[in-house]
Each structure stands twice: as structure tokens, then as C-alpha cells.
Design a protein around this ligand. Structure first.
Ligand code: FAD
Length: 298
């Protein structure tokens, strides 16, 4: 059976589609760990999974290998993330050919961040400057018969992208990505649902009609969350910040707060009718078991 695309997964659902994002680890030991926990994540019955490309210093070369193993071994629809970082059009074409030949039907199309040591993103020679160009390129290849139609997701930022001068500017650029052919939007992590609902209202007012899927990162470690927030520009609501500050370095208590907060946040989003929730699972499974149970999905 052919794997489903984002649009097929999101169509006519009575329940929000829940998805898990994993990243290809750098070391062989962490890779073995991911292979061990994949069956545990799949047992929680996400509707699809995505595999990042070069994020968190991960190993780009293994994105397709992991996506393929999720799809072929576990029969779960999968998406490969793909960025414009350091790749020319010809190199991106080579990767797209490989993804297509592997039977993967979905791509999360991104610009990517500047490589480590570089302050700003510089477009590669004969490459793309922004994600909308990658989306347009993929759709043009399809039109030319070079590949079957992919499901395409792009990134949205409820608290605006770090480099954007304003949320309004960023939303106009998001519209460019959708107009270029994206089927849905997956958001950056956020902790205040009011930011997400305001973002959706503004996107709809601009004529963006595709599904907007909130991205949630359960907090499991105070140090890790501080680092991630610093990198992506998302913020913690004051109440949550105070709650975390009060338990300091007590890892078990931080995790307990993080899981409870994530379940509550997801419940409200689901109650308000989101089409799906994308969980940044950071290659761990135990907390996701508790979260899926909290949502009545495991
Ligand atoms: P763009 O949409 O190109 O936007 C980048 C910035 O440029 C924004 O500030 C935007 O306002 C501005 N902009 C856009 N178009 C124009 C234009 N035409 N002219 C002027 N300014 C413009 N990173 C990875 O390396 N690997 C991953 O696998 C990965 N997965 C992700 C998944 C999700 C769901 C999300 C939300 C992010 C992910 N990222 C990943 C991070 C992402 O690569 C960074 O946030 C990156 O800095 C921006 O990528 P983008 O696709 O949003 O870029």
C-alpha cells in the first residue's frame, strides 16, 4: 500500500492527527538508542512521524535511512525534513530523487539555519535563499514529471522567526511558502496557546487556508529547555517559568512539571479543534507514553 501524504492524513478526521519528530543522532551509540526506542514510539500509534535534517547538529546522511525504516518496518507514513543549507539545486535534486525512490511521500521543506560558526544564513552557490523557493522548486519538478506529488509542510512561527523584523512580516513570508505549494504548516514550539490562536487568526486573515499544526516540545530538563529557547526565540509564560525555577535542578520534578504542562497544553489545543499536534520527542519515549496516556491515546 502506498504511504499517505499530509493532505490524506489530515483529511476528514474525527480526531487530531498526532505526529512525532525524531532526529538522526551523530554518534553510533545514540543511533543504536534511537533504533531501540523507535518501536516504543510506534507502539504509541502516532499518525505519522518526521525525521529532521541537520537540526540539533544531527547527522544529515541518516535522515532518509531512518525515515525509510519507520515507513517500511512499521508501516507508518513518514516525512523527511529537507533544508537549503549548503546544497545547490543539483544536490537538492539528487536528495529529492532519493527520497522519491525510497517511497517517502512527504517533505518538511525548510531553509535551515546558518551552519555552526556562521552568523547568518548565506545561500549556497546555485542554491536557495528561502524555503518558499524550495517549495516552488519541488512543485516545478512534479509538474515536469520528475517525481510524484509530495505532501509538503513548511515551518510557521507563532512568536515570529528570530530573524524576522515583525510577526506581520514573517506571516507574509509564510503566505509566500503556502502560495508556492505547501499543503500544511507545522509550527515552532511554543508554550502559550494564546500566541498560537492569535497566529492562526492572523494567518487566516491573510488568506492562508491550509491546516496549521501546533508543535509542542515537552520540557524534560531545565538546562536543555533554556538552550533550545535561546536558539529558537520561543518564550515560557511567567507562571511556568516560576514553577520551573522553584524546583531548580531537581530533574524528576522538572520532568513532572513538563509532562503535566504538555498534556494540559495539548488538551486545550485539541478541545479548540486543531487538525493535529506535532510533538518534538527528542528521541525519547518514556515521557511520550505518559503524554499519550494523559491525552487518552495510549
Ligand atoms: P524561511 O521560511 O526561509 O524564513 C527564514 C527567515 O527569512 C524568516 O525570518 C522569514 O521571515 C524570512 N524570509 C522568508 N522569505 C523571505 C524573503 N523572500 N525575503 C526576505 N525574508 C524572507 N532546521 C534544520 O536545520 N533541520 C530541520 O530538520 C528543521 N526542522 C524544522 C521543523 C519545524 C516544524 C520548524 C518550525 C523548524 C525546523 N527547523 C529545522 C528550523 C528552521 O530551519 C529554522 O527556523 C530556519 O532558521 C528557518 O527556516 P524556514 O524554513 O522557516 O525559513
Amino acid at each position: 500500500m502506498q504511504a499517505q501524504t499530509f493532505s490524506e492524513i489530515l483529511a476528514n478526521r474525527s480526531k487530531a492527527a498526532l505526529s512525532f519528530e525524531v532526529f538522526p543522532p551523530k554518534t553510533d551509540t545514540s543511533y543504536d538508542h534511537l533504533r531501540q526506542i523507535l518501536p516504543e514510539l510506534v507502539a504509541l500509534k502516532p499518525d505519522y512521524m518526521t525525521v529532521t535534517y541537520g537540526a540539533f547538529g544531527s547527522n544529515q546522511g541518516r535522515t532518509l535511512e531512518i525515515a525509510q525504516s519507520i515507513q517500511n518496518q512499521f508501516h507508518l507514513p513518514t516525512a523527511c525534513h529537507l533544508t537549503c543549507v549548503t546544497s545547490s539545486r543539483a544536490e537538492l535534486d539528487g536528495i529529492l530523487d532519493e527520497i522519491s525512490a525510497a517511497g517517502i511521500r512527504n517533505i518538511v521543506a525548510l531553509r535551515g539555519d546558518a551552519p555552526q560558526g556562521q552568523a547568518t544564513f548565506t545561500p549556497p552557490v546555485d542554491g536557495f535563499s528561502h524555503a518558499n523557493e524550495l517549495v516552488a522548486h519541488i512543485r516545478a519538478r512534479e509538474k515536469a514529471g520528475r517525481q510524484p506529488r509530495f505532501g509538503l509542510a513548511v515551518a510557521g512561527y507563532p512568536e515570529k522567526h528570530l530573524e524576522a523584523p515583525s510577526l506581520e512580516f514573517d506571516l507574509l513570508k509564510l503566505k509566500d511558502k503556502v502560495d508556492a505549494g505547501a499543503d500544511c504548516i507545522i509550527t515552532q514550539l511554543f508554550y502559550n496557546n494564546a500566541d498560537f490562536f492569535a497566529f492562526v487568526d492572523k494567518a487566516r486573515a491573510l488568506g492562508i487556508t491550509v491546516p496549521i499544526i501546533p508543535g509542542l516540545l515537552p520540557i524534560l530538563s531545565a538546562r536543555q529547555i533554556a538552550r533550545i529557547l535561546g536558539l529558537c526565540g520561543s518564550t515560557l509564560p511567567e507562571g511556568l517559568k516560576q514553577e520551573l525555577d522553584a524546583v531548580g535542578d531537581d530533574a524528576a520534578k522538572v520532568e513532572e512539571i513538563g509532562i503535566r504542562q504538555c498534556v494540559n497544553q495539548a488538551r486545550e489545543l485539541i478541545d479548540r479543534g486543531v487538525p493535529g499536534i506535532h510533538f518534538y520527542v527528542l528521541n525519547k519515549s518514556t515521557h511520550m507514553t505518559q503524554i499519550m496516556r494523559g491525552l487518552g491515546r495510549a
